[in-house]
Design a protein around this ligand. Structure first.
Ligand code: OSB
Ligand code: MG
Length: 368
């Protein structure tokens, strides 16, 4: 597979409603769409780095720089033999997982199109749909939060994740649990606590949560291990796992009992699959996290989440939970059984809506 040209599109897309987490409020989602030409085909990928370095040190700005100056020059006009070969060529860049993952997604889309196979089949996924849930941002107060959850529940979401932060934790989660005793419920702190303040979360242990996601620092494993020892509820790591090695060490030391897998965070689909395989071999459940993707990244997430170790529902919601207008012609809808159907056309299985793309593009550059 020889890629002869890549165009980067810096996108800014207005969210349906602002999304508040412990690291800030997002009104407009930024990302980079990659469009590659190879052997008469067009392939697409999404780099999920956002405008601000709140979730990760990577931003749409750093990813643009790393792609333009270092990653794309490494792989353009050379014969890419496999995803592994692509990873080897990108390995001289330290970190910058989201930039790498965007490029790897392009490779998979092209590979699928050239072999007339969809991504799910290429990676060995099963079934035609995956179980999904919705990630609910911090609201003005508990009463409004319960109303928002009610709305999603009526839309058919069978699993809800609540964002929490110090001062907005126990009362919020308790209010939702009281209103919905049987709802599949989990929380995500996005690194907002320290080992000491996280002990304030102990009442959550009585609320029957599926898991507590990333309570402590993004560069921490050891304190998570200490915390997991104090809680009955499973700790799930998101930010702390950016390589396969982190996943292995986290499991070896007992820093978590569940892993959130995002291809963007771990440097690409091949690395996401490797973490899945590691966890599957140790009977550790995983699930597919989300980064408020466009339809491009959403398609990749759906294929990934069809692997057998993805036993918890993914943060893969319907298009209308995020955007009024998306850049794919396909819109993803929630099936009545709280699933979303995996696209089955070749590659990612999506096609770009170029009119919509034009409306959300704030910068564009082509590299030959
Ligand atoms: O921590 O899982 C997270 C969104 C942006 C950055 C980090 C996270 C999230 C979400 C939303 O929780 C998941 C989604 O619906 O895409
Ligand atoms: Mg998270």
């Amino acid at each position: 597979m020889i890629i002869s040209q890549i165009t980067l599109y810096h996108l800014r897309m207005r969210l349906q409603t602002p999304f508040e987490t412990s690291f800030g409020i997002t009104h407009d989602r930024e990302c980079i769409l990659l469009e590659a030409r190879a052997e008469g085909l067009a392939g697409y990928g999404e780099c999920v780095a956002d405008r601000d370095p709140g979730y990760s040190y990577e931003t749409s700005g750093t990813a643009w720089h790393i792609l333009q100056e270092f990653l794309i020059p490494q792989i353009i006009n050379t014969d890419l033999l496999s995803a592994e070969d692509l990873q080897n060529r990108m390995a001289q860049v330290r970190g910058h997982q989201m930039a790498k993952a965007g490029l790897e997604m392009v490779y998979w889309d092209l590979l699928g199109k050239s072999e007339d196979r969809n991504l799910k089949d290429l990676i060995g996924g099963k079934g035609d749909r995956v179980q999904v849930g919705v990630s609910v941002g911090i609201q003005e107060n508990s009463r409004i939060l319960v109303g928002v959850v009610e709305d999603y529940q009526e839309q058919g979401y069978g699993r809800v994740k609540l964002k929490i932060k110090p001062g907005r934790d126990i009362p919020d989660v308790t209010a939702v649990r009281s209103a919905y005793p049987d709802l599949r419920l989990q929380v995500d702190a996005n690194s907002a606590y320290e080992i000491e303040s996280a002990m304030d979360l102990l009442p959550l242990d009585e609320l029957g949560l599926l898991m507590i996601e990333q309570p402590l620092a993004e560069d921490d494993l050891w304190d998570h291990r200490q915390l997991q020892a104090e809680f009955k509820t499973a700790i799930c790591l998101d930010e702390s796992i950016v390589t396969v090695r982190h996943a292995r060490q986290a499991l070896e030391m007992g820093a978590c009992r569940v892993v959130n897998i995002k291809a963007g965070r771990v440097g690409g689909l091949s690395q996401a699959i490797a973490i899945h395989n590691l966890c599957f071999g140790k009977d550790v459940p995983v699930w597919c996290g989300g980064m408020l993707e466009t339809g491009v990244g959403r398609a990749a997430n759906l294929a990934l989440a069809s692997l057998p170790g993805f036993v918890f529902p993914g943060d893969i919601s319907a298009t209308d939970r995020y955007y009024e207008e998306d850049i794919t012609q396909e819109r993803f809808v929630l099936n009545p059984d709280s699933t979303i159907t995996i696209p089955d056309a070749p590659g990612l299985g999506i096609s770009i809506d170029f009119q919509a793309l034009k409306r959300v593009t704030i910068n564009k550059m082509t590299i030959h």
